[in-house]
Design a protein around this ligand. Structure first.
Ligand SMILES: Cc1ncc(COP(=O)(O)O)c(C=O)c1O
Length: 397
């Protein structure tokens, strides 16, 4: 007799993105020919940069010849890419060994799967509002969740938990609020984890969007983090790999937990990946190597700059018109406060109907997201400009 994992019923209520698409489609159908400006999803829009296209092409060409063809690679990833990433970290003053880096097909699966190397009894702390993957994967696994409020009063960076928390999920720069943690704020979580033998799971998918050199781009910039933190990273937002699929997770050999000495968690994640993952695409990994080349770094940095110029246009355009905006300074997301006390969905409808702009209702990210909208800076420049103009002309702040 097969029984279902009934916890899926506990997460199946979050239909936010489906509802966003459904409402936008219904509006488009009812208003044929009307241009709609989509700033809802956090999906990259600009083409891959030339050096990366060349890298991917090289990957394909290697597969086309008997001499250079490869099939399965190492589940942990191509040794050249792991070494290149270790050097990339080193160039930023961060010490991470190639054997501590596990290449993945993107950050999302690792965010969802990483807790499998910890006990089901672990309590998971997540920010509210939250990138839903951390929360839902732990609900499905049956773990207790503690919510850390990220609200206007604390600059959308939560205080330390005041109850037991074994796994602390942090995302900085943050999706959805766009807030970036300072060194001191991140250090407080590292110190908490060290004192409580907890583990921080640090999602740095937007690290390349940080404009202020004093803000940490890796948790390993904080003393002690190698003993208590896992970092999850991605080429998606920094190099447009949302569809190519490539990321990585760092599990330091020095990481410990209540019942794990040095090396154990690194070994467990290695075991998890070799058992349940068959390695990232060899073509994508050639693309990843190209991203890390000097030319790739230069070109992808320019692309991130482009998205950040979009963010600045949205921020300034809306702020000048009298809207209250947060984020968007070190992240491609602007956290827009709904005007006139409107709810997220109430403002969603008004933005769509009056300004023809689609944004994401903050309420879909947790209770503290109510009353906010996430506006994404991923979009073509002309779309961003038209969207801002349309909001300013058609919506009362
Ligand atoms: C915070 C955060 N982490 C991870 C991801 C997913 O990244 P990937 O495309 O590498 O799976 C996203 C995607 O939007 C994200 O916002």
């Amino acid at each position: 007799m097969a029984n279902i994992n009934s916890r899926y019923a506990d997460v199946s209520e979050n239909y936010m993105f489906r509802d966003v698409v459904r409402k936008a489609d219904a509006f488009a159908k009812a208003n044929p020919g009307v241009e709609i400006f989509k700033l809802g999803v956090g999906n990259t829009t600009e083409p891959l940069v030339p050096s990366v296209v060349e890298g991917l092409r090289h990957g394909v060409e290697k597969l086309a010849s008997r001499e250079t063809y490869t099939g399965y690679g190492d589940e942990q990833g191509d040794a050249r890419l792991r070494k290149a990433l270790a050097e990339w970290y080193a160039s930023r003053g961060v010490s991470v060994g190639p054997d501590e880096i596990f290449i993945s097909d993107g950050a999302k699966p690792d965010c969802a799967n990483i807790a499998s190397i910890f006990s089901d009894e672990s309590v998971a702390a997540v920010q509210d509002p939250v990138y839903p993957v951390y929360r839902d994967s732990n609900i499905i696994a049956g773990r207790r969740i503690v919510y850390l409020d990220a609200v206007e009063a604390n600059g959308f960076v939560p205080a330390l938990p005041n109850e037991r928390a074994d796994l602390l999920y942090l995302c900085s720069p943050n999706n959805p609020t766009g807030a970036a943690m300072s060194r001191e704020q991140l250090k407080a979580f590292v110190d908490y984890a060290l004192a409580n033998r907890s583990v921080v799971i640090f999602d740095a998918a937007y690290a390349e969007y940080i404009r202020d050199g004093s803000l940490p781009r890796s948790i390993y910039e904080i003393a002690g983090a190698r003993e208590c933190a896992i970092e999850i990273q991605s080429f998606s937002k920094s190099a447009g790999f949302t569809g190519v699929r490539l990321g990585w997770t760092v599990v330091p050999r020095t990481l410990t937990a209540e019942d794990a000495n040095e090396g154990t968690l690194n070994r467990y994640w290695n075991r998890r990946q070799t058992t349940m993952f068959n390695g990232a695409s060899n073509i994508a990994q050639e693309g990843g190597l190209a991203v890390l080349s000097p030319e790739g770094q230069r070109e992808t940095r320019a692309q991130v700059d482009h998205y950040m110029e979009n963010a600045a246009l949205i921020r300034a355009g809306l702020a000048n018109a009298g809207f209250t905006v947060f984020g968007g300074e070190h992240a491609p997301y602007i956290w827009l406060k709904c005007p006139r006390g409107l709810s997220s969905w109430g403002f969603f409808d008004e933005l769509l109907e009056k300004a023809r702009v689609v944004a994401t209702p903050g309420a879909g990210f947790g209770k503290n997201g109510e009353g906010y909208m996430r506006v994404s800076a991923f979009g073509h420049r002309e779309t961003i400009e038209k969207a801002v103009r349309s909001i300013v002309e058609n919506i009362k702040p």
